[in-house]
Design a protein around this ligand. Structure first.
Ligand code: AMP
Length: 306
């Protein structure tokens, strides 16, 4: 799919899916999802982002139009014969626990990501949740990125640990949730888990704790960040991808990565994610403005001041 736009400052590779999701609030069928969709939409508020992913010929035109609405560079989006990846899940009452009902890889099963020439010198790379061999394939094609982040999930820790460790060794930051951090490291406390994960190679480990916020670990420091308190959550799907996408967008727009910039990027990532979970799919992000993000970021910072 060719869309002639400027070379992206941030490249995101991840899943693009059609989801069916039931939360305690509502059930929605066949809605746009996938880690790359959430991450690219979130990043687009801050930087020029390019998407790498695959869809089938059944992928709705309205969803491509939505990507264009976010001004996502689609040069790396492939359309191949077959059905788009599909996933369905159900959330328990507290929305903390989620059960996967079905995963149909479809066109994902034979996907080999190819970076368009214009993406290869992108300084920022986000390897969103996708099979680790595909993440490695992308790392092999990019030309000395300034900052690379990888996200993962339990499935890959269970089924592709060696490949996942090979990815982790080559990136600057690993992001994962609390239980995945314990699972991958084999350590019980988060501090020990983070230290073990840092020793695998990355400079930073970012542990996501859902509605309890996130923690950034580096060799020298720990930064604790709460989550923006919300009155209503409709669908937490993709919150981590939205958070990481927003964070990477802010870093790419700053062009540098130091600890103050990372902390600021975490604030913006959380704020965009807080909007995202107020509705299903990309529905809330679609109407979101930078002014609304700034207003909420200001309130959020006030809440954290001591
Ligand atoms: P998250 O809530 O961060 O786990 O992201 C949810 C999104 O991940 C959904 O929109 C799904 O389409 C997508 N997803 C679910 N399972 C997988 C998988 N095995 N690989 C890649 N993406 C997936």
């Amino acid at each position: 799919m060719t869309q002639h736009s400027a070379a992206p400052s941030l490249v995101v590779v991840g899943s693009i899916g059609i989801d069916t999701i039931e939360t305690p609030v509502a059930k929605r069928e066949s809605i746009l999802g996938g880690s790359a969709s959430y991450a690219c939409a979130a990043a687009s508020f801050f930087t020029n982002v390019g998407m790498v992913g695959v869809v089938g010929t059944d992928f709705p035109k309205q969803d491509v139009d939505l990507y264009k609405h976010f001004k996502i560079n689609l040069d790396g989006l492939e359309t191949v014969p077959g059905q788009t990846f599909r996933w369905s899940g159900v959330y328990e009452a507290n929305m903390d626990n989620r059960r996967t009902i079905s995963t149909d890889l479809n066109v994902f099963a034979s996907f080999q990501p190819k970076l368009p020439a214009g993406y290869r010198r992108s300084p920022f790379l986000f390897l969103a949740n996708i099979q680790p061999t595909l993440q490695l394939h992308v790392l092999d094609q990019i030309d000395k990125p300034r900052f690379t982040v990888v996200d993962t999930m339990d499935l890959w820790i269970n089924t592709a640990k060696e490949d996942l460790l090979a990815v982790v060794k080559r990136v600057d930051m690993l992001t994962l949730n609390e239980s995945e951090a314990r699972h991958l490291s084999g350590e019980q406390t988060l501090l020990k888990a983070a230290r073990a994960l840092l020793s695998l190679g990355p400079k930073y480990v970012l542990v996501k704790k859902g509605e309890h916020g996130s923690i950034l670990f580096s060799e020298r420091s720990i930064f604790l960040m709460p989550a923006y308190p919300l009155e209503e959550v409709q669908d937490p799907t993709g919150a981590g991808d939205t958070f990481a996408g927003g964070l990477m967008g802010v870093l790419a727009s700053a062009g540098t990565v130091d600890e103050p910039t990372l902390r600021k990027a975490m604030v913006y990532g959380s704020v965009v994610a807080s909007f995202g979970v107020e509705a299903f799919s990309l529905d809330r992000l679609q109407t979101l403005t930078l002014a609304q993000i700034e207003t909420r970021a200001g309130r959020f910072r006030d809440m954290m001041r001591v």
